[in-house]
Write a protein that binds this ligand. Structure first.
Ligand code: NAD
Length: 262
C-alpha cells in the first residue's frame, strides 16, 4: 500500500521546481494533490494531464495569487468545497526572490516577498488547521531556506521572510502538537531549481562574471561541494509528512551540505 493513500495535500508553488517535485512524489505515493501556483493554461493543462496519466490518486489545480489575501481565502473555500473534510498535508513552498542592497530595495518586492512567504502561509495554516485538528492528524511543512538561518547581502526581504517562516513554524508546532499535527521547516541551500537560476544570473550581472562562474561559487559554498536536487528536498518533505516523523516537530532542518554550520 502506498504511504499516503487516502491523504490529501496542498502544495503551494507546485507549478515548477521544488514544489512540483514534492507534488509528484506525494501523488506517486497515493496522495491526492491540489496543485497551485502561477502558470499559463497550457502549463496547467499539461501538468494535470501528466498527473492524471501517471498517478492513480486524484489531482486538481486551484489558482491563487498568494500576494492577494482575498484570492487566498477564495482558494481555501474552493479546496473545502472539493474536500469538505479538509486536507491532511499542507506544504507552504511558494516563494520569490529578488536581490538588491537595502538602499535600493523596491517596496513592492519587499511587500510581495513577505506576502507570499509569510502572510499566505499564515492564512493557509489558519484555514486548514482546525480541520486537521478534527482529524487528529496533520502535517505542515514550511519551505524556508538556509537564508532563514543565516543571511547574505542583497537578500533583506528573502532572508527576513524565511527567518519569519521559522518563527511561524515553531508557534504552529506547539499549537498543533496536542492534536497530532506537526509543523516543520526545511532550509535548503543551493537547489538545482529555478529560483537559484535567477539568483545566479543576477550575481553574474552584478559581478560581471559568467553564469558558470557564479554557479561554481554556489556549489563550492557547500562543504559537500554538491548541488542539492529537487528529489532530495522532496524526499525529506515526504519523510516529515510520514507517520515515522510524528515526533519531529518545530524543527528547521537544513539540507545545505553543512553550509550553515561554519
Ligand atoms: P520556483 O520559482 O521554481 O517556484 C516558485 C513557485 O512559487 C512557482 O510555482 C510559482 O508559480 C509560485 N509563486 C510565485 N509567486 C507566486 C504568487 N504570487 N502566487 C502564487 N504562487 C506563486 O522556485 P524553487 O527554486 O522551486 O523554490 C521553491 C521554494 O524553495 C521557494 O520557497 C524558495 O524560496 C525555496 N528555496 C529554493 C532554493 C533554491 O536554490 N532553488 C533554495 C532554498 C529555498
Amino acid at each position: 500500500m502506498s504511504k499516503f493513500n487516502g491523504k490529501v495535500a496542498i502544495v503551494t508553488g507546485s507549478t515548477s521546481g521544488i514544489g512540483l517535485e514534492i507534488a509528484r512524489q506525494l501523488a506517486g505515493n497515493g496522495c491526492s494533490v491540489i496543485l497551485t501556483g502561477l502558470g499559463d493554461q497550457t502549463l496547467i493543462d499539461s501538468l494535470l494531464q501528466e498527473f492524471q496519466s501517471k498517478y492513480s490518486s486524484k489531482t486538481s489545480y486551484v489558482s491563487a495569487d498568494l500576494t492577494d489575501v482575498t484570492a487566498i481565502k477564495n482558494f481555501c473555500e474552493k479546496v473545502k468545497e472539493e474536500y469538505p473534510q479538509g486536507i491532511d498535508i499542507l506544504v507552504n513552498n511558494a516563494g520569490i526572490q529578488f536581490m538588491a542592497p537595502i538602499d535600493d530595495y523596491p517596496d513592492t518586492i519587499w511587500n510581495d516577498t513577505l506576502a507570499i512567504t509569510l502572510t499566505a502561509s499564515f492564512h493557509l495554516i489558519k484555514s486548514f488547521l482546525p480541520l486537521m485538528r478534527d482529524k487528529k492528524w496533520g502535517r505542515i511543512i514550511n519551505m524556508s531556506s538556509q537564508q532563514g538561518l543565516i543571511s547574505a547581502p542583497g537578500k533583506c526581504a528573502y532572508s527576513t521572510a524565511k527567518h519569519g517562516l521559522i518563527g511561524l513554524t515553531k508557534c504552529v508546532a506547539l499549537e498543533g502538537a496536542p492534536h497530532g499535527i506537526t509543523c516543520n521547516a526545511i532550509c535548503p541551500g543551493y537547489v538545482d531549481a529555478p529560483m537559484a537560476y535567477v539568483s545566479i544570473k543576477r550575481l553574474a550581472e552584478v559581478n560581471g562574471t559568467t553564469y558558470d562562474e557564479e554557479q561554481a561559487k554556489f556549489i563550492s559554498n557547500s562543504p559537500t561541494n554538491k548541488v542539492i536536487t529537487v528529489q532530495e528536498v522532496a524526499e525529506l518533505t515526504l519523510f516529515l509528512c510520514s507517520h515515522l516523523a510524528g515526533n519531529i516537530n518545530g524543527a528547521s532542518i537544513p539540507i545545505e551540505g553543512g553550509n550553515t554550520i561554519r
